[in-house]
Design a protein around this ligand. Structure first.
Ligand code: PMP
Length: 404
Protein backbone atom coordinates (compact mmCIF):
# COMPACT_ATOMS: atom_id res chain seq x y z
CA UNK A 1 0.00 0.00 0.00
CA UNK A 2 1.16 3.50 -0.87
CA UNK A 3 2.09 5.35 2.29
CA UNK A 4 0.88 8.77 1.29
CA UNK A 5 -2.50 7.66 -0.07
CA UNK A 6 -3.26 6.18 3.36
CA UNK A 7 -4.13 9.71 4.60
CA UNK A 8 -7.82 9.12 3.89
CA UNK A 9 -7.84 6.25 6.41
CA UNK A 10 -7.36 8.74 9.26
CA UNK A 11 -10.68 10.45 10.01
CA UNK A 12 -9.14 13.21 12.14
CA UNK A 13 -7.31 14.50 9.05
CA UNK A 14 -10.70 15.30 7.48
CA UNK A 15 -11.29 17.82 10.25
CA UNK A 16 -10.91 21.53 9.69
CA UNK A 17 -10.16 23.90 12.56
CA UNK A 18 -11.07 27.51 11.81
CA UNK A 19 -11.47 26.38 8.19
CA UNK A 20 -7.91 25.10 8.06
CA UNK A 21 -6.75 21.59 7.35
CA UNK A 22 -4.71 19.91 10.07
CA UNK A 23 -0.99 19.35 9.53
CA UNK A 24 -0.08 16.89 12.24
CA UNK A 25 3.64 16.83 13.06
CA UNK A 26 3.61 15.30 16.54
CA UNK A 27 3.57 11.56 15.88
CA UNK A 28 6.54 10.94 18.17
CA UNK A 29 4.18 11.93 21.01
CA UNK A 30 1.38 9.77 19.66
CA UNK A 31 0.24 8.64 16.23
CA UNK A 32 -3.17 9.25 14.69
CA UNK A 33 -5.55 6.28 14.51
CA UNK A 34 -6.87 4.74 11.30
CA UNK A 35 -10.57 3.92 10.90
CA UNK A 36 -9.96 0.16 11.33
CA UNK A 37 -8.56 0.71 14.84
CA UNK A 38 -11.48 2.89 15.89
CA UNK A 39 -13.92 0.34 14.48
CA UNK A 40 -12.25 -2.59 16.27
CA UNK A 41 -12.68 -0.77 19.57
CA UNK A 42 -16.22 0.42 19.00
CA UNK A 43 -17.17 -3.02 17.67
CA UNK A 44 -16.05 -4.59 20.94
CA UNK A 45 -18.21 -2.16 22.94
CA UNK A 46 -21.26 -2.46 20.70
CA UNK A 47 -21.12 -6.23 20.11
CA UNK A 48 -19.49 -7.65 23.20
CA UNK A 49 -18.24 -5.42 26.04
CA UNK A 50 -17.69 -8.16 28.66
CA UNK A 51 -14.68 -9.19 30.72
CA UNK A 52 -12.10 -11.72 29.61
CA UNK A 53 -10.62 -14.84 31.24
CA UNK A 54 -13.43 -14.91 33.78
CA UNK A 55 -16.76 -16.27 32.63
CA UNK A 56 -17.54 -19.62 31.04
CA UNK A 57 -20.14 -18.13 28.74
CA UNK A 58 -20.17 -17.30 25.04
CA UNK A 59 -19.48 -13.54 25.14
CA UNK A 60 -16.64 -13.87 27.63
CA UNK A 61 -15.01 -16.68 25.71
CA UNK A 62 -15.38 -14.71 22.47
CA UNK A 63 -13.71 -11.63 24.04
CA UNK A 64 -10.93 -13.76 25.61
CA UNK A 65 -10.29 -15.41 22.28
CA UNK A 66 -9.98 -12.11 20.40
CA UNK A 67 -7.73 -10.71 23.13
CA UNK A 68 -5.39 -13.71 23.07
CA UNK A 69 -5.27 -13.61 19.28
CA UNK A 70 -3.76 -10.11 19.52
CA UNK A 71 -1.07 -11.50 21.79
CA UNK A 72 -0.21 -14.16 19.23
CA UNK A 73 -0.11 -11.73 16.33
CA UNK A 74 2.32 -9.49 18.27
CA UNK A 75 4.41 -12.56 19.10
CA UNK A 76 4.49 -13.54 15.44
CA UNK A 77 5.49 -10.00 14.40
CA UNK A 78 8.45 -10.11 16.82
CA UNK A 79 9.48 -13.70 16.16
CA UNK A 80 8.59 -14.57 19.78
CA UNK A 81 6.38 -17.15 21.54
CA UNK A 82 2.93 -16.13 22.74
CA UNK A 83 3.81 -16.56 26.42
CA UNK A 84 6.67 -14.07 26.02
CA UNK A 85 4.27 -11.20 25.27
CA UNK A 86 2.98 -9.34 28.33
CA UNK A 87 0.36 -6.63 27.90
CA UNK A 88 1.16 -3.47 29.82
CA UNK A 89 -0.21 0.07 29.96
CA UNK A 90 2.63 1.18 27.69
CA UNK A 91 6.40 1.49 27.44
CA UNK A 92 6.71 3.32 30.76
CA UNK A 93 5.01 0.56 32.71
CA UNK A 94 6.90 -2.15 30.83
CA UNK A 95 10.29 -0.59 31.66
CA UNK A 96 9.29 -0.10 35.30
CA UNK A 97 8.25 -3.75 35.47
CA UNK A 98 11.70 -4.88 34.37
CA UNK A 99 13.69 -2.41 36.51
CA UNK A 100 11.66 -3.39 39.58
CA UNK A 101 11.28 -7.08 38.81
CA UNK A 102 14.98 -7.92 38.44
CA UNK A 103 15.55 -7.28 42.16
CA UNK A 104 18.74 -5.29 41.59
CA UNK A 105 20.88 -3.97 44.44
CA UNK A 106 21.66 -0.26 44.66
CA UNK A 107 25.33 -0.92 43.75
CA UNK A 108 24.55 -3.10 40.71
CA UNK A 109 25.75 -1.29 37.59
CA UNK A 110 23.30 -0.56 34.80
CA UNK A 111 24.52 1.10 31.60
CA UNK A 112 22.10 3.50 29.92
CA UNK A 113 22.34 6.38 27.47
CA UNK A 114 22.16 10.13 27.81
CA UNK A 115 19.56 10.38 25.04
CA UNK A 116 17.08 8.09 26.79
CA UNK A 117 13.52 9.07 27.68
CA UNK A 118 12.66 9.65 31.35
CA UNK A 119 10.62 6.43 31.15
CA UNK A 120 13.88 4.57 30.58
CA UNK A 121 16.22 6.62 32.77
CA UNK A 122 14.22 7.04 35.99
CA UNK A 123 13.22 3.42 36.77
CA UNK A 124 16.86 2.28 36.41
CA UNK A 125 18.23 5.19 38.40
CA UNK A 126 15.86 4.26 41.23
CA UNK A 127 16.71 0.54 41.07
CA UNK A 128 20.51 0.53 40.67
CA UNK A 129 23.71 2.42 39.93
CA UNK A 130 22.92 3.89 36.50
CA UNK A 131 25.89 5.00 34.38
CA UNK A 132 25.12 7.01 31.25
CA UNK A 133 26.93 6.75 27.92
CA UNK A 134 27.83 10.18 26.50
CA UNK A 135 26.86 11.51 23.12
CA UNK A 136 29.29 12.40 20.35
CA UNK A 137 29.57 15.83 18.75
CA UNK A 138 26.66 15.10 16.43
CA UNK A 139 24.30 14.11 19.26
CA UNK A 140 24.69 10.40 18.40
CA UNK A 141 25.89 7.66 20.74
CA UNK A 142 29.57 7.68 21.70
CA UNK A 143 30.25 3.99 21.07
CA UNK A 144 33.80 4.18 22.48
CA UNK A 145 32.40 5.39 25.80
CA UNK A 146 29.84 2.55 25.67
CA UNK A 147 32.60 -0.06 25.21
CA UNK A 148 34.52 1.58 28.06
CA UNK A 149 31.52 1.28 30.40
CA UNK A 150 31.01 -2.37 29.41
CA UNK A 151 34.37 -3.06 31.05
CA UNK A 152 32.61 -2.38 34.39
CA UNK A 153 30.61 -5.58 33.69
CA UNK A 154 27.13 -4.10 34.13
CA UNK A 155 24.30 -6.45 35.07
CA UNK A 156 21.96 -4.68 32.67
CA UNK A 157 22.32 -2.58 29.52
CA UNK A 158 19.31 -0.43 28.58
CA UNK A 159 19.22 0.60 24.93
CA UNK A 160 16.97 3.15 23.25
CA UNK A 161 16.43 1.91 19.70
CA UNK A 162 15.38 5.32 18.40
CA UNK A 163 15.69 8.59 20.29
CA UNK A 164 12.50 10.63 20.61
CA UNK A 165 14.59 13.81 20.54
CA UNK A 166 17.14 13.29 17.76
CA UNK A 167 15.44 10.47 15.83
CA UNK A 168 18.82 8.68 15.80
CA UNK A 169 18.55 4.94 15.34
CA UNK A 170 21.07 3.14 17.52
CA UNK A 171 23.00 0.14 16.12
CA UNK A 172 21.35 -2.21 18.59
CA UNK A 173 22.61 -5.39 16.89
CA UNK A 174 26.22 -4.36 17.40
CA UNK A 175 25.53 -2.99 20.88
CA UNK A 176 23.70 -6.12 22.03
CA UNK A 177 26.49 -8.35 20.76
CA UNK A 178 29.05 -6.24 22.62
CA UNK A 179 27.03 -6.38 25.87
CA UNK A 180 26.67 -10.16 25.65
CA UNK A 181 30.35 -10.70 24.84
CA UNK A 182 31.62 -8.33 27.54
CA UNK A 183 29.64 -9.69 30.49
CA UNK A 184 26.46 -11.46 29.33
CA UNK A 185 24.49 -8.41 30.46
CA UNK A 186 20.70 -8.45 30.40
CA UNK A 187 19.75 -6.28 27.42
CA UNK A 188 16.57 -4.21 27.62
CA UNK A 189 15.39 -2.25 24.57
CA UNK A 190 13.09 0.76 24.62
CA UNK A 191 11.47 0.39 21.19
CA UNK A 192 8.74 3.01 21.68
CA UNK A 193 9.93 5.09 18.72
CA UNK A 194 11.21 2.29 16.49
CA UNK A 195 8.38 -0.26 16.58
CA UNK A 196 6.04 2.13 14.69
CA UNK A 197 8.31 1.73 11.65
CA UNK A 198 8.10 -1.64 9.86
CA UNK A 199 11.71 -1.30 8.66
CA UNK A 200 12.89 -1.12 12.30
CA UNK A 201 10.91 -4.16 13.50
CA UNK A 202 12.90 -6.16 16.03
CA UNK A 203 13.07 -9.89 15.35
CA UNK A 204 13.90 -11.51 18.68
CA UNK A 205 14.56 -14.85 17.02
CA UNK A 206 17.62 -13.18 15.47
CA UNK A 207 18.58 -10.48 17.96
CA UNK A 208 19.66 -11.75 21.38
CA UNK A 209 17.83 -9.16 23.51
CA UNK A 210 16.16 -10.07 26.81
CA UNK A 211 13.36 -7.50 27.00
CA UNK A 212 11.69 -5.12 24.53
CA UNK A 213 9.15 -2.46 25.52
CA UNK A 214 6.79 -0.49 23.28
CA UNK A 215 3.43 1.31 23.23
CA UNK A 216 0.44 0.76 20.93
CA UNK A 217 -0.43 4.45 20.70
CA UNK A 218 2.75 5.36 18.84
CA UNK A 219 2.12 2.68 16.20
CA UNK A 220 -1.42 3.65 15.13
CA UNK A 221 -3.10 1.96 18.09
CA UNK A 222 -5.01 3.35 21.06
CA UNK A 223 -3.64 4.72 24.32
CA UNK A 224 -3.67 2.61 27.48
CA UNK A 225 -1.96 -0.51 26.16
CA UNK A 226 1.57 -1.56 25.31
CA UNK A 227 3.78 -4.55 25.40
CA UNK A 228 6.70 -6.07 27.21
CA UNK A 229 8.44 -8.83 25.32
CA UNK A 230 10.66 -10.94 27.58
CA UNK A 231 12.57 -14.17 26.97
CA UNK A 232 10.55 -16.82 28.78
CA UNK A 233 13.45 -17.69 31.14
CA UNK A 234 13.79 -14.01 32.08
CA UNK A 235 10.05 -13.54 32.59
CA UNK A 236 9.97 -16.59 34.82
CA UNK A 237 12.56 -14.93 37.08
CA UNK A 238 10.96 -11.47 37.07
CA UNK A 239 9.07 -10.36 40.18
CA UNK A 240 5.62 -8.95 39.26
CA UNK A 241 5.24 -5.23 39.89
CA UNK A 242 1.48 -5.48 40.40
CA UNK A 243 -0.33 -8.27 42.20
CA UNK A 244 -4.05 -9.02 42.42
CA UNK A 245 -6.85 -10.86 40.67
CA UNK A 246 -6.21 -12.75 37.46
CA UNK A 247 -2.51 -13.43 38.10
CA UNK A 248 -2.93 -16.27 40.62
CA UNK A 249 -4.01 -19.92 40.40
CA UNK A 250 -5.15 -20.00 44.02
CA UNK A 251 -5.10 -17.96 47.22
CA UNK A 252 -5.53 -19.37 50.75
CA UNK A 253 -5.29 -17.88 54.25
CA UNK A 254 -1.47 -17.92 54.16
CA UNK A 255 -0.36 -17.52 50.60
CA UNK A 256 -1.01 -17.83 46.90
CA UNK A 257 0.26 -19.53 43.77
CA UNK A 258 1.12 -17.31 40.82
CA UNK A 259 -0.03 -18.28 37.34
CA UNK A 260 2.46 -19.02 34.59
CA UNK A 261 3.83 -16.33 32.28
CA UNK A 262 2.53 -14.09 30.80
CA UNK A 263 -0.56 -14.05 33.06
CA UNK A 264 1.39 -13.56 36.29
CA UNK A 265 2.13 -10.03 35.07
CA UNK A 266 -1.42 -9.12 34.12
CA UNK A 267 -3.28 -8.51 37.38
CA UNK A 268 -6.69 -6.84 37.20
CA UNK A 269 -9.04 -6.21 34.30
CA UNK A 270 -6.97 -5.17 31.29
CA UNK A 271 -7.66 -2.53 28.63
CA UNK A 272 -9.64 -4.97 26.49
CA UNK A 273 -10.96 -2.56 23.83
CA UNK A 274 -7.54 -0.93 23.49
CA UNK A 275 -5.85 -4.30 23.11
CA UNK A 276 -8.25 -5.22 20.30
CA UNK A 277 -7.44 -1.82 18.74
CA UNK A 278 -3.74 -2.69 19.12
CA UNK A 279 -4.35 -5.84 17.07
CA UNK A 280 -6.10 -3.84 14.34
CA UNK A 281 -3.23 -1.31 14.35
CA UNK A 282 -0.69 -4.06 13.84
CA UNK A 283 -2.73 -5.52 10.97
CA UNK A 284 -2.90 -2.08 9.38
CA UNK A 285 0.83 -1.47 9.81
CA UNK A 286 1.71 -4.84 8.30
CA UNK A 287 0.34 -3.66 4.92
CA UNK A 288 3.38 -1.43 4.51
CA UNK A 289 6.49 -3.26 3.46
CA UNK A 290 9.82 -2.62 5.12
CA UNK A 291 11.23 -1.07 1.93
CA UNK A 292 8.36 1.40 1.52
CA UNK A 293 8.60 2.31 5.20
CA UNK A 294 12.35 2.97 4.93
CA UNK A 295 12.05 5.01 1.73
CA UNK A 296 9.23 7.16 3.08
CA UNK A 297 11.00 7.74 6.42
CA UNK A 298 14.22 8.76 4.66
CA UNK A 299 12.35 11.16 2.40
CA UNK A 300 10.65 12.85 5.36
CA UNK A 301 13.89 12.94 7.35
CA UNK A 302 15.74 14.52 4.44
CA UNK A 303 13.07 17.22 4.19
CA UNK A 304 13.38 17.91 7.94
CA UNK A 305 17.19 18.19 7.78
CA UNK A 306 17.26 20.17 4.51
CA UNK A 307 14.72 22.70 5.74
CA UNK A 308 16.63 23.29 8.98
CA UNK A 309 20.04 23.59 7.31
CA UNK A 310 18.67 26.12 4.81
CA UNK A 311 17.87 28.56 7.62
CA UNK A 312 20.51 30.39 9.64
CA UNK A 313 18.11 31.05 12.48
CA UNK A 314 17.59 27.33 13.19
CA UNK A 315 19.82 24.98 15.18
CA UNK A 316 18.96 21.30 14.55
CA UNK A 317 19.88 18.61 17.06
CA UNK A 318 21.39 15.34 15.84
CA UNK A 319 23.23 14.05 12.78
CA UNK A 320 22.72 15.80 9.46
CA UNK A 321 22.27 12.55 7.54
CA UNK A 322 18.88 10.99 6.83
CA UNK A 323 20.39 7.49 7.16
CA UNK A 324 19.68 5.72 10.44
CA UNK A 325 17.43 8.49 11.57
CA UNK A 326 13.66 8.64 11.95
CA UNK A 327 11.65 11.65 10.82
CA UNK A 328 12.12 13.64 14.04
CA UNK A 329 13.68 17.09 14.24
CA UNK A 330 14.30 19.04 17.45
CA UNK A 331 15.01 22.70 16.77
CA UNK A 332 16.15 25.81 18.58
CA UNK A 333 15.38 29.20 17.13
CA UNK A 334 18.10 31.79 17.61
CA UNK A 335 17.02 34.59 19.90
CA UNK A 336 13.82 32.88 20.97
CA UNK A 337 13.53 31.61 24.55
CA UNK A 338 9.80 30.94 24.65
CA UNK A 339 9.07 28.42 21.94
CA UNK A 340 5.57 27.75 23.22
CA UNK A 341 4.37 31.04 21.66
CA UNK A 342 5.70 29.87 18.31
CA UNK A 343 3.99 26.48 18.64
CA UNK A 344 0.70 28.18 19.52
CA UNK A 345 0.94 30.50 16.52
CA UNK A 346 1.80 27.60 14.20
CA UNK A 347 -1.32 25.87 15.45
CA UNK A 348 -3.71 28.83 15.48
CA UNK A 349 -2.58 30.57 12.30
CA UNK A 350 -1.48 27.63 10.14
CA UNK A 351 -3.12 24.48 11.57
CA UNK A 352 0.32 22.95 12.21
CA UNK A 353 0.50 20.80 15.35
CA UNK A 354 3.97 20.27 16.82
CA UNK A 355 5.50 20.08 20.27
CA UNK A 356 7.74 22.18 22.51
CA UNK A 357 9.53 21.39 25.77
CA UNK A 358 12.15 18.90 26.96
CA UNK A 359 10.43 15.91 25.31
CA UNK A 360 10.71 13.92 28.57
CA UNK A 361 14.44 13.68 27.88
CA UNK A 362 15.70 16.70 29.75
CA UNK A 363 19.38 15.69 30.22
CA UNK A 364 20.10 15.49 26.47
CA UNK A 365 17.98 18.53 25.58
CA UNK A 366 19.65 20.68 28.25
CA UNK A 367 23.15 19.44 27.46
CA UNK A 368 22.95 19.68 23.66
CA UNK A 369 20.57 22.59 23.16
CA UNK A 370 20.76 24.56 26.42
CA UNK A 371 16.99 24.73 26.82
CA UNK A 372 13.62 23.68 25.46
CA UNK A 373 13.17 22.68 21.82
CA UNK A 374 10.48 22.78 19.16
CA UNK A 375 10.02 19.24 17.84
CA UNK A 376 8.46 18.12 14.58
CA UNK A 377 7.91 14.43 13.93
CA UNK A 378 6.40 12.90 10.82
CA UNK A 379 4.93 9.49 10.11
CA UNK A 380 3.30 7.39 7.42
CA UNK A 381 0.45 9.84 6.68
CA UNK A 382 2.74 12.88 6.29
CA UNK A 383 4.23 14.29 3.11
CA UNK A 384 7.39 16.29 2.43
CA UNK A 385 5.10 19.16 1.33
CA UNK A 386 3.82 19.35 4.90
CA UNK A 387 7.38 19.65 6.22
CA UNK A 388 8.09 22.41 3.67
CA UNK A 389 4.90 24.16 4.75
CA UNK A 390 6.05 24.00 8.37
CA UNK A 391 9.32 25.75 7.52
CA UNK A 392 7.63 28.39 5.34
CA UNK A 393 5.17 29.14 8.15
CA UNK A 394 8.03 29.34 10.64
CA UNK A 395 9.82 31.81 8.34
CA UNK A 396 6.76 34.06 8.37
CA UNK A 397 6.42 33.84 12.14
CA UNK A 398 10.03 34.57 13.03
CA UNK A 399 9.98 37.49 10.59
CA UNK A 400 6.76 38.79 12.13
CA UNK A 401 8.23 38.44 15.65
CA UNK A 402 11.35 40.34 14.58
CA UNK A 403 13.66 37.38 15.29
CA UNK A 404 15.39 37.59 11.90
N1 PMP B 1 10.51 5.85 25.41
C1 PMP B 1 10.52 6.67 24.35
C2 PMP B 1 11.72 6.72 23.46
C3 PMP B 1 9.39 7.47 24.08
O1 PMP B 1 9.40 8.30 23.04
C4 PMP B 1 8.28 7.38 24.95
C5 PMP B 1 7.05 8.24 24.70
N2 PMP B 1 7.31 9.56 24.39
C6 PMP B 1 8.33 6.51 26.02
C7 PMP B 1 9.46 5.76 26.23
C8 PMP B 1 7.18 6.37 26.97
O2 PMP B 1 6.07 5.83 26.31
P1 PMP B 1 4.63 5.83 27.00
O3 PMP B 1 4.37 7.25 27.38
O4 PMP B 1 3.73 5.35 25.91
O5 PMP B 1 4.69 4.92 28.16
Amino acid sequence: MDLVSCKSDFPVLERHIDEQKITYLDSAATSLKPRSVIEAMSNYYSQNGVNIHRGKYYLSEEASDSYERVRYSIAQYLGAYGNEIVFTKGTTEALNMVAYGLNLQSDDIVVGFLDSHHAQMLPWRRAADLRLVNLNDEGGIDLDHYYELLKLKPKVVVLTHCSNVTGTVAPIDQMTKAAKEACDAIVVVDAAQSMPHPHLRIDVSKLDVDFVAFSAHKMLGPTGVGCLYGKSARLNELRPLVVGGGMVDWVDMEGSQERKIPHRFEAGTPAIASTLGFGAALNYLKQFGEEASLAHTEELTEAIIKGALARDYIQLLGTKSAKNRCAIGSLRIKGCEDLSDIARSLSDSYGIMCRTGHMCAQPIVDQQMGGEVLRISAYIYNTTEEIDRFYQSLDELVYFLGLV
